[in-house]
Design a protein around this ligand. Sequence first.
Ligand code: ATP
Ligand code: MG
Ligand code: MG
Ligand code: MG
Length: 435
Amino acid sequence: IGLKKINIIDAKDYVDQEVEIGAWLTDKRSSGKISFLQLRDGTAFFQGVAVKSQLGDDLYELIRHLRQETSMIITGVIHEDTRSHFGFEIEVSGLKVVGESEDYPITPKEHGIDFLLDHRHLWLRSTKPHAMMVIRNEIIRATYVFFNKEGYIKIDAPILTGSAPEGTTELFKTKYFDKEAYLSQSGQLYEEAGALAFDKVFSFGPTFRAEKSKTRRHLIEFWMIEPEMAFMHQEESLEVQERYVAFLVQSVLDNCEYELSLLGRDPEILKKYTKLPYPKISYDKAIEMLQESGDFPEIQWGADFGSPEETYLAEQFDQPVFILNYPKAIKPFYMKPHPTRDDVYICADLLAPEGYGEIIGGSEREDDFDKLEAAIKAAGLDPEAYDWYLDLRRYGSVPHSGFGLGLERAITWITGESHIREAIPFPRLLNRLNP
Ligand code: ATP
Ligand code: MG
Ligand code: MG
Ligand code: MG
C-alpha cells in the first residue's frame, strides 16, 4: 500500500526505492534458496531476485513454481545491475499472481520463422519484436516532429479509392456498394491536392500492393510517409529528404540505445548515416557503374533496377545514395520530364546502404495541364478518372515536388534486420493473412 507503481523503463529514477510493477515471467532459474526471475513489463526486460530467507517458505514455494507468462504484481527494491543489457534489477519483497498461464508455446529456445509468424500475437512479447516495435514507434514519432518542425500539416489520404496512380497489376479490388473500389497504393495524388491547398503537407497511412513475388523488402500492406510541397523544385525536395532520413537515424540513436543493444545493432554504423549531404549520381552513371562492375553483363540503359543492382550501387557508398533522373519508361506518368532531355524524368530514388534497396521514391510533378493530360492518355489511363487531378493544373498550378518513404523499409534498414516482415506488428505476406 502506498507504493509507487512504475514501469521498469523508469528504473533509474527509483534506485534503492521500493516500487510496484505489473509484469510477466519470461524465464526463471531456481535453487532451494534463491530464484532468478526473468521478467518483462512491456517497457523492458529485467531480472527479479527472490530470496527464500527474506520471503518465507510459502511465498518462495509459489515463486519457485511460477510458469512462463504468468502475470503478476511485483513489489521490490530497484538496484543497479551492470551485468544485464538493461542495467537494473528488482529485489523481490512481495509478489501477487494476477493471471495463470497455460503451457506457453514460445519458449526461450529456438523456433522456425513460420511457427513464430503463426504465433505473432504472442511473439510480440519477445525481446526482438519488442525492440523492433519500440524503434518503429520512435521513427513514427520523429516523423511527426520533423514535419511539424518544418511547417508541414498532415493531410490524410483516403484508403478506398476510385482510381489508381501506379497501373493495375498490383491493385486490390473490392466491392464498394454497386461500384468497384481499390485499396490505395499511394496517397500521392491526394497529397498534391493538399499541397496546393496548404503549401506543405504529408500523409502517413497504410498502402496496399498485391506484390506477387516473395522478397525480403516487400510487404502486401505497408505504411508510407508521403510529403508534397508546393513552390518546390526537386533539388530542394532532395534536401528535405536527406534531412528527414538523417533526422530519423539521429532520433533512433538518441532515444533507442537500449533497443539497438537488444538487436545487436552497432550505433557506430548508424552515425555515418547522419552526415549530410548524401551522395547523388545520375541513372546514366549508375548504369555505367553496373556495366563496369562485370557483375551485370546483360544490363542496358533503360533497365529498371532490382535488388541486386540496388545493392551493388549502394555498396559503392557508405551513406544512402540518390539515383537521379530515371528513364521515363520505368516511372509513372505524373513525373515532370527533364528540361533538356526528353528520355528521363526529374526524379530520384534514395537507396539505403547495406543492401536494403530503395527507401524513397520521389520526383518533381508535371505541373502543365496539356502535358499532364497527354501523359495520362499515353499511359493508357482514362482522363475522366483523373479529371479532379487535372483540376490541380487548371486552377493556379505551381511547380511542386514530393516523395514517398516506406516506413518498414526504413525500420528494417535502421535496425539492420534481414527481413521486412519483422518491421510491422502483423505482417501481410503473399501466403499470410493471419493472425
Ligand atoms: P520497389 O522498387 O522496391 O518495388 P517501388 O518503386 O515499387 O519499390 P514506390 O511506388 O516508389 O515503390 O513507393 C515508395 C516507397 O514505398 C518505396 O521507396 C519503398 O520504400 C516503399 N515500398 C514500395 N513497395 C513496398 C512494399 N511492397 N513493401 C514495403 N515497402 C514498399
Ligand atoms: Mg515495386
Ligand atoms: Mg522502385
Ligand atoms: Mg519507387
